[in-house]
Design a binder for this molecule. Structure first.
Ligand code: FES
Length: 240
């Protein structure tokens, strides 16, 4: 383990006096102290990127919202993780994800195990207020072990990060901008033709939805196993 130059900071989260190291994020300190903040793109063991905006929190003195997964704690900061404004934003973020692609839970292999679906339930979302984009995106079944369904992707980038940071294969990337963004393998070639894919399946198991799945799964059968991530991360840190 490398020595850390971090100093100790004291601050408040939801009225509680807490302390943490200066290199820790609001999310890390909150979770260490039993304060839950909803997340989607964040996954312990991978570099946080602040992509999904589910973990927005309020910081006193700042009019904008801040992503807790990428905001480090500061001395004297006063943070609120739950308010009507935050719940409104989180509902909006989830509804926009549902409206952007075809998240039809009833016919999804990840039904009942999907993080997007769980967030919608937690936030009490029963319908979508925004018009659907009705995009018809591709399903790549060229790989002999896995399937990629773009229609169920939330662009969290977990697959990209686990493949680069943990497996060091760098097979995945994100192509395009805005609603045209897509997760691709190598230079946008079929997954089954990828020369860099090691067939490890880590991308499949960190995917929060049914966008990356194992072949042969039926509705609600796809369970994701992520226990490998904290162990691999610790081993990687110790090797440095
Ligand atoms: Fe923080 Fe996605 S979990 S932005």
């Amino acid at each position: 383990m490398r020595p850390s130059n971090a100093s100790i900071k004291t601050f408040k989260i939801n009225g509680r006096d807490l302390s943490g190291r200066s290199n820790e994020t609001i999310l890390q300190v909150a979770r260490d102290n039993g304060i839950e903040i909803p997340t989607l793109c964040y996954l312990e063991g991978l570099t946080p990127v602040g992509a999904c905006r589910m973990c927005m929190v309020e910081i006193e003195g700042s009019s904008k919202l801040h992503a807790a997964c990428v905001t480090q704690v500061r001395e004297g900061m006063v943070v609120r993780t739950d308010s009507e404004r935050l719940r409104k934003y989180r509902r909006m973020v989830v509804e926009l994800m549902f409206s952007e692609r075809e998240h039809i839970c009833a016919v999804c292999v990840s039904n009942g195990h999907c993080e997007l679906q769980m967030l919608a339930e937690q936030l009490g979302i029963t319908h979508i207020r925004y018009p659907r984009l009705e995009q018809k995106l591709s399903v790549d079944a060229s790989h002999d072990r896995f399937i990629q369904d773009d229609n169920r992707c939330v662009l969290c980038g977990r697959c990209v990060r686990v493949c680069g940071e943990i497996e060091s294969a760098h097979t995945w990337d994100i192509m395009g901008r805005g609603v045209s963004s897509r997760v691709i393998t190598d230079l946008d070639q079929p997954w089954g033709d990828s020369e860099t894919c090691t067939r490890c399946g880590k991308c499949v198991h960190v995917c929060p939805t049914g966008a990356l799945i194992e072949r042969g799964m039926s509705v609600a059968e796809m369970l994701k196993r992520r226990q490998f991530l904290p162990y691999l991360t610790i081993m990687r840190e110790e090797d440095r």
